[in-house]
Design a protein around this ligand. Structure first.
Ligand SMILES: Cc1cc2nc3c(=O)[nH]c(=O)nc-3n(C[C@H](O)[C@H](O)[C@H](O)COP(=O)(O)OP(=O)(O)OC[C@H]3O[C@@H](n4cnc5c(N)ncnc54)[C@H](O)[C@@H]3O)c2cc1C
Length: 370
């Protein structure tokens, strides 16, 4: 079997793995890095997302997770600028914000406004008349609408750019699946594929929904499973809507550049089930059309099913292993992995380089004795 030796090997070729490689190589060009993994598996997460950068639509309490996501959102414009200039791959980022119709929040509307005020979250309340001026595609039945200062990125373009940036910076990309490890009780020596034994001084496990399988191969029990989401993309002219919309059991994310709108999504606890159901997709379109009526009869471009990596407590698993001296984790990013990408990459890079000032215990692998 062929052998190779690196300073750091990242197992996982999604946005999480490649963003760590990108940031690490920027900080320490001297390090010899490899990313291991089949990027096409990322069709199930990093390339399956809607790209919503939505800490305010997603969180309702100001805990550590909320603050982490908020900080990541703030990093986005510089992160994407830097990524484009390194990779030469265009990535569409919009920071125009998102809309939450009051009709979708019912009794929680006032509570949500209070939370936004207390946390100083950029927002405005639009009357129905103002809404008709600024977002005429929205149904009148939406009532008052809250504009929130969030963002949206084309996550497929971002993944393409991250892979290109890794390559340009000299990261070795090995499109192989890890089938096992060579390790003793405290050190991981090598990741093994069907043809390669990849030795490294440090390893980072960033394998999304497959992380618990790799944990098994390391004799640790990582309580993480995939949560399936079905989505679709429909053909709509860019000028119909400038904002992402959080609807009732639905969201609508304009991808712009003539790429239509992405409509999401389901939350299904069905293991690694890739099945796409026509009636479920039709349900997404029907619910979205209640918020944006012009979506009712638009052509369907594509539909897909993705897998969100969810740890038992739904928090990310990030940091140093308590079992192996040279193993690190960044996984379990669940519903917000695209949003967390920039901050997560810096957090892991600082952990590896031992410059991290503020370790977050809620995210630590130690909580699962990993
Ligand atoms: C339907 C859907 C909608 C979403 N919408 C949003 C959204 O709007 N906003 C947001 O912020 N987040 C969203 N997410 C969540 C986000 O997509 C994920 O949290 C994020 O992509 C996780 O990235 P990852 O790199 O950890 O995982 P992945 O993209 O799954 O990458 C895992 C990588 O590990 C590799 N791998 C697996 N097993 C092995 C092995 N044995 N050996 C080597 N490599 C291996 C795979 O090949 C793959 O490259 C959504 C997710 C889904 C499914």
């Amino acid at each position: 079997m062929k052998q190779s030796l690196f300073d750091i090997v990242i197992i996982g070729a999604g946005v999480i793995g490649h963003s760590i490689a990108f940031r690490l190589k920027q900080c320490r060009p001297d390090l010899n890095l490899a990313v291991l993994g089949d990027p096409m598996n990322s069709l199930m997460a990093s390339r399956a997302a809607a790209g919503m950068l939505a800490p305010f639509g997603e969180c309702s309490e100001a805990d550590r997770f909320f603050r982490f996501c908020r900080e990541s959102l703030l990093q986005y414009p510089d992160f994407i600028k830097d990524l484009i200039s390194t990779s030469d791959v265009p990535v569409h980022l919009s920071m125009k914000g998102s809309l939450i119709p009051s009709s979708t929040l019912a009794n929680d509307w006032e509570k949500r406004i209070r939370f936004f005020r207390e946390e100083n979250i950029p927002h405005q309340i639009w009357s129905p008349a103002r809404c008709q001026q600024l977002a005429p595609a929205l149904a009148e039945s939406c009532g008052e609408v809250m504009w929130v200062g969030e963002g949206q990125v084309n996550n497929r373009e971002m993944h393409d750019a991250l892979v290109a940036a890794s390559r340009k910076l000299g990261v070795e990309i090995l499109e192989k699946n890890v089938t096992g490890f060579v390790h003793d009780s405290s050190i991981v020596e090598a990741a093994v594929t069907n043809t390669l034994e990849v030795r490294s001084r440090k390893f980072i496990l960033a394998s999304g929904s497959w992380s618990s399988q790799l944990g098994d191969a390391l004799d640790v029990s990582l309580p993480l499973k995939p949560i399936k989401g079905q989505m679709c993309r429909v053909q709509v002219a860019d000028d119909q809507l400038d904002y992402t919309v959080h609807g009732l059991m639905t969201y609508i994310a304009p991808w712009r550049g003539g790429k239509g709108f992405v409509l999401g999504t389901t939350m299904e606890d069905l293991g690694f089930d890739p099945v796409i159901e026509e009636d479920v997709i039709q349900g997404l379109i029907d619910r979205a059309a209640q918020v944006i009526p012009c979506l009712k009869d638009v052509p369907l471009i594509e539909s897909w099913a993705g897998l969100r990596p969810a740890a038992e407590d739904l928090m990310p698993v990030m940091g140093k292993s308590s079992r192996y001296k040279n193993l690190f984790y960044s996984t379990g990013h669940y519903r917000n992995g695209i949003l967390q990408t920039p901050k997560q990459a810096d957090y892991i890079v600082q952990t590896i380089l031992e410059t991290l000032a503020d370790e977050i215990p809620e995210f630590s692998p130690q909580r699962y004795n990993l």
